[in-house]
Write a protein that binds this ligand. Structure first.
Ligand SMILES: Cc1ncc(COP(=O)(O)O)c(C=O)c1O
Length: 300
């Protein structure tokens, strides 16, 4: 979260942020419980809603695409153009997609933010993040915060991230292929009401994702269980290969329950995670083993 924090510190008191309504709960927690920032949660898929939420103090539009945990696809180029037109910054948290699948700066964003704890290191053994920009003034301001506030990774963590990046392409190919197979399997399963995965042809953001992502649709997906909260809880405790855990993007498959875990800080708000929603971080294991694990967990 240090990378997110470094960006938010670029704002002046009273500046306003437009933020993904469907987005990582930790970003919301940082803005409300640490920064006391002025922000509006908006469905960024709807650019009219973005324009309607705009105030004369809006300085930053913060987007995730695909979003966490709903896997909605935001039109980064259109959002960045709107922000530029109105004199604000567009920052994209590119953690789910990785630079291998999606490059926000090339799409016009001012800032691309990554948790390196996830796909970039890839082995769930690092906590870190970085911010990339092609704007020299912004880069200097970010460096000042990094220097003054001390959000710098240690050399060993840097080594682990650099080593991870060497296999990023290979890992992402497998993450994407496994996730696509699992999304198809889950979409046909009677216990599952809905699958959120941009690689499926009937996902509302499929065509946009195919344009703005290259090489696949990522390793993350979420499902809404037909049996609601109870069915979701049974599934997350019923898998054996998918480990119940919060993080994502490692070689091993994880399963999470956002309403109580990664997005618990939104509980009780209109943007709380659906209690029937389960999030999967699909790893690089043999896909037949992953499918068999989900099949047995859904059967119980
Ligand atoms: C989209 C997204 N961005 C940022 C983070 C924060 O990552 P870290 O755990 O490295 O602070 C997360 C964590 O889950 C995330 O899902």
């Amino acid at each position: 979260m240090a990378a997110v924090d470094t960006v938010v510190r670029q704002l002046a008191a009273g500046d306003h942020i437009i933020l993904n309504a469907d987005g990582y709960g930790g970003t919301h927690r940082l803005l409300t419980q640490v920064h006391d920032a002025s922000f509006t949660l908006v469905d960024l898929v709807d650019l009219d809603a973005v324009a309607a939420a705009w105030t004369d103090r809006t300085r930053l539009v913060w987007a995730e695409s695909p979003t966490n945990p709903g896997l909605a696809v935001v039109d980064i180029a259109a959002l960045a153009a709107l922000a530029r037109e109105r004199g604000a910054w567009c920052a994209v948290d590119n953690t789910f997609a990785t630079p291998w699948l999606q490059r926000p700066l090339e799409l016009g964003a001012h800032l691309a933010v990554h948790s390196t704890s996830k796909y970039l290191s890839g082995h769930s053994d690092v906590i870190g993040g970085f911010v990339a920009t092609d704007d020299d003034a912004l880069a200097a301001a970010l460096r000042l915060v990094r220097n003054a506030a001390g959000a710098v990774p240690g050399p060993f963590d840097c080594f682990l991230v650099l080593r991870g990046v060497k296999t990023l392409a290979l890992r992402m190919e497998r993450h994407c292929a496994n996730a696509l197979a699992i999304a198809g399997f889950l979409a046909a399963h009677p216990a599952v009401q809905w699958v959120n995965y941009p690689g499926l042809g009937d996902h509302p953001g499929h065509a946009l994702a195919a344009r703005q992502m290259a090489g696949g649709f990522g390793g993350m997906l979420s499902i809404v269980m037909a049996g609601g909260a109870h069915a979701a809880a049974s599934l997350v405790i019923g898998t054996r290969l998918f480990t119940l855990a919060e993080s994502l993007g490692g070689v091993e498959s994880l399963i999470g329950y956002p309403a109580r875990m990664s997005h618990a800080s939104l509980a009780g708000t209109p943007h709380a995670a659906d209690p029937g929603l389960v999030r999967l971080s699909v790893g690089i294991e043999d896909v037949e083993d992953l499918l068999a694990d989900l099949e047995q967990a859904l059967a119980t």
